[in-house]
Design a protein around this ligand. Structure first.
Ligand code: NAD
Length: 250
């Protein structure tokens, strides 16, 4: 099927839903210059070991976490939203979708204009002390790392600070409950740029009646998706927004 036909199909499916939520993963930010985890060749797991990003490893050796992760943290903080993030922001403003549930920690949905964003794996905008939970901005933490203060430590109690993201092996933050409530209200979901392999967030699409997926590779949900589009995200999402808008005003 041609890309334009798939986009029309996706718009037809989603425009018949009353409550559409978008569910995004790292793939939506690759065109903003942030590598995902699993893309063959360019994904972070080609260079790094996921085992180094567990909460247990962080607590045992926070210095190593920052040494391995600093380049990734700097890349995320410098990135700008792609045309796909911007189109999603407009889709919310136009009333075409209600919310964005994201596994991403990069803050690019908010920079792209989305207001109702549920971050199920936390955010990289802040960091907190492991002991007293005092919060710092991530820029302060990165400055410390760049000056060789490894690991960066809490100004109050001196214990290491950790970015407010969910590491492997950590409990899900309270936003996960919000995401569960959102998917219970939704009858349509647009999944963008996720391998749908990271649990428990990958269970969210199973609650939804109508499912559209935009991802260049297969996911465990492909056989149950109503429409599957294997194309570039930043080229497809703006066109899908236009197609949805046309159906709304016609
Ligand atoms: P993933 O790496 O497992 O999967 C990303 C998927 O996106 C892949 O299947 C890939 O084929 C697809 N993809 C990549 N670029 C694409 C493009 N331009 N067009 C179409 N498809 C594209 O990512 P995931 O499912 O989000 O799960 C991994 C975890 O990674 C998440 O929990 C997230 O917190 C974390 N993560 C976040 C960021 C970020 O915040 N930007 C970056 C890396 C990892």
């Amino acid at each position: 099927m041609k890309n334009s036909e798939e986009i029309m199909d996706a718009a037809r499916v989603l425009s018949r839903c009353q409550h559409v939520t978008i569910f995004t993963g790292a793939g939506i930010s690759t065109e903003s210059g942030i590598p995902d985890f699993r893309s063959p060749g360019s994904g972070l797991w080609n260079q790094l070991d996921p085992e180094d990003f567990t909460i247990q490893r962080f607590k045992a050796n926070p210095q190593r976490f920052y040494q391995l992760g600093i380049k990734f943290l700097e890349t995320i903080l410098k990135a700008s939203p792609s045309p796909a993030h911007q189109a999603i922001g407009e889709m919310e403003k136009l009333g075409l979708v209600k919310s964005v549930i994201t596994q991403n920690i990069d803050g690019l949905h908010q920079k792209g204009g989305s207001k109702n964003v549920i971050e199920v794996h936390g955010t990289l905008q802040t960091a907190s002390c492991l002991f007293c939970h005092k919060q710092e901005t991530i820029s302060k933490v990165i400055e410390d790392v760049q000056q060789g203060l490894l690991p960066p430590r809490c100004e109050d109690c001196g214990e290491p600070v950790k970015p407010d993201i969910t590491l492997f092996g950590e409990a899900m933050p309270p936003t996960y409950q919000q995401a569960l409530e959102e998917v219970q209200k939704a009858d349509g979901m647009l999944v963008i740029g996720s391998s749908l392999l990271v649990s428990p967030a990958n269970m969210l699409p199973q609650f939804i009646k109508k499912l559209v997926i935009i991802n260049q590779e297969d996911t465990p949900y492909h056989s149950r998706a109503d429409v599957m589009i294997r194309q570039s995200i930043s080229k497809t999402v703006p066109r899908l927004k236009e197609a949805l808008l046309e159906r709304k005003i016609s």
